[in-house]
Design a protein around this ligand. Sequence first.
Ligand code: GUN
Length: 292
Amino acid sequence: MTILDGKKVSNDIKDEIAAEVSKMKANGEKVPHLAAVIVGDDGASLTYVGSKVRACERVGFESTMVRLPNTTSEVELLDKIEELNTNDDIDGFIIQLPLPDQIDTQKVLMAVDPSKDVDGFHPENFGKMALDMTTFIPATPFGILELLERYKVDTKGKHTVVIGRSHIVGRPMSILMSRKGWPGNSTVTLTHSNTKNIAQITTQADIVISALGVPNFLKAEMVRDDAVIIDVGITRVVDKSHPKGYVITGDVDFENVSKKASFITPVPGGVGPMTIAMLLKNTLLAREQRRN
Ligand code: GUN
């Protein structure tokens, strides 16, 4: 069994990006600049955005965090997006999700200039991804592809079962794993909350990618021997014995599933750090595209 060490791989990627930034600086070029917009004060969202900003510092990017109150109206957020779209100094930006109820998420994501949409959430970029055109691939699925590639995991002709159909992870992942090329060329089954007999499907899988958000959902009896297991779950589970009062828990019963798996991602230290590294990679791409 091999642990897919997202922490290590993401550090390698950050080193590679930092080397690119050093070259840009040496040539007197502008370095990439990422902005992150966060509406409200959700603890988990603040933690994620904080990690994204710190990652920018680590690789030598410029970063701007835009904090808006929970009461922000849709119009106010759209105005801020327009400002970022037209600010020539910003190469890419993200709107941290989820957004408060008074704001229509789809409308907001459609307002982002596709050339600055480093999350890959705009319909134009999502459509390009589905059509195998060059574009920003959403960071979490992109990170999973990168992990599979760097560990040389064979995906061709394999049966990949994706659990969860979110626009951020499950749906794009299912498209990417079925694409021509590697990692890809899989036969994909996309399962979700209305799927019947899910264990019957997951036990047929060569590769399981779980993005459900239900702690310890995937048990050992739900996977076959030598399966590749990718755990995208990052649920905060209350644990008073922990200094933070919670522990980050994945979708996979790691202790038991890891005994059967050929490759498996841990939580934390698997997919999570890859997401941030790939957001940086998309921001670097955005800068390069604007330069050319
Ligand atoms: N919320 C959960 N995951 C993500 C992500 O990848 N990007 C943004 N913007 N919000 C998220």
